[in-house]
Design a protein around this ligand. Structure first.
Ligand code: ATP
Length: 290
């Protein structure tokens, strides 16, 4: 049996630069891995792909991104046997933290190792982009500029292990609807300064990049889920150095200069009644050793 960790991501910057004729959006995003993770195990079995999702409400059939990833590697490498996969879920679901994409990427790595397929990370990323736009990034994670639909990846300098508070509002949002609504207001929406953040990361060690946090999708998600703004205010009042929504939301994160301050911010978010306790936690930037 082998195990893989699947770390979550946050977007330090997220810009949408246009829409393609095929409906996909062109993006420029600075992605960062954080140390909350799902844990997966992989064992050879008689035949087929079986998935145990523990107590989580996720599907166990081909609608689970884990299934798609296992099947992609097994088909490419003509594997005849089966695999039994267990998932221990910790990353909030439909949160903008790439939980499903990270599980898929972990499964590309895990099934590749289990059956000794010998596929390179480049080959795994190529399989991953057919499963989801964030999957290629999640194969290795770290601090990365993602362009195209998310598949053109440029590795950036590692950031320090900063402390982050994370809170997901109880009310959910649909990623599809968020992008559709963005199309309607696209011409009038201010864009985050991705290049300024890249310059700050290149030139200044430490947290100078935080002042350029930006996510174009906040302009769409906040009117649909005002709790995003409420949580940002709670984090600001708790002394955050910077706060932002990740992905299409609705999860909000904030940087703090100590673990104690981040924990106080989490208590304040929980007391507000806007979030579930298990979807409100302190985490840290991490550069995974996949
Ligand atoms: P992203 O940040 O990449 O947009 P997300 O964090 O918003 O992703 P996920 O948690 O990946 O969202 O889940 C999105 C949808 O994908 C859910 O509605 C869920 O049912 C489906 N899904 C399929 N497989 C998984 C999985 N292994 N883990 C989580 N969600 C999954």
């Amino acid at each position: 049996m082998i195990t893989e960790k699947a770390y979550a991501k946050i977007n330090l910057s997220l810009d949408v630069t246009g829409k393609r004729p095929d409906g996909y959006h062109d993006v420029r995003m600075i992605m960062q891995t954080v140390d909350i993770c799902d844990e997966l195990t992989y064992e050879k079995s008689g035949e087929g792909i079986t998935i145990d999702v523990g107590g989580s409400p996720l599907p166990i059939d081909k609608d689970n991104l884990i299934y798609k990833a296992a099947s992609a590697v097994m088909e490419k490498c003509c594997i005849k046997g089966g695999v039994r996969i267990t998932l221990d879920k910790h990353i909030p679901i439909a949160a903008g933290m790439a939980g499903g994409s990270s599980d898929a990427a972990a499964t590309l790595r895990g099934v590749n190792r289990l059956f000794e397929c010998g596929l390179s990370y480049d080959e795994l990323r190529s399989l991953g982009v057919k499963i989801g736009a964030d999957v290629p990034y999640c194969v290795e994670g770290g601090t990365v500029l993602a362009e195209g639909i998310g598949e053109k990846l440029t590795r950036l300098k590692d950031l320090p292990t900063l402390c982050i508070a994370v809170a997901k509002p109880k009310r959910g949002v649909s990623t599809g609807n968020i992008y559709k609504s963005l199309d309607e207001i696209f011409e009038n929406v201010p864009h985050p300064d991705v290049d300024a953040m890249l310059d700050a990361m290149r030139c200044c060690p430490g947290p100078a990049f935080i002042k350029y946090l930006g996510n174009i999708l906040e302009h769409v998600t906040i009117p649909l889920c005002p709790e995003v703004d409420d949580i940002k205010k709670i984090f600001e009042d708790s002394g955050a150095a910077g706060t932002l929504m990740t992905g299409s939301g609705p999860t909000v994160f904030a940087f703090f200069d100590s673990q104690g301050k981040a924990e106080e911010a989490i208590s304040a978010a929980r007391k507000s009644g806007l979030c579930n306790e298990e979807e409100t936690f302190v985490t840290h930037l991490v550069n995974p050793d996949y």
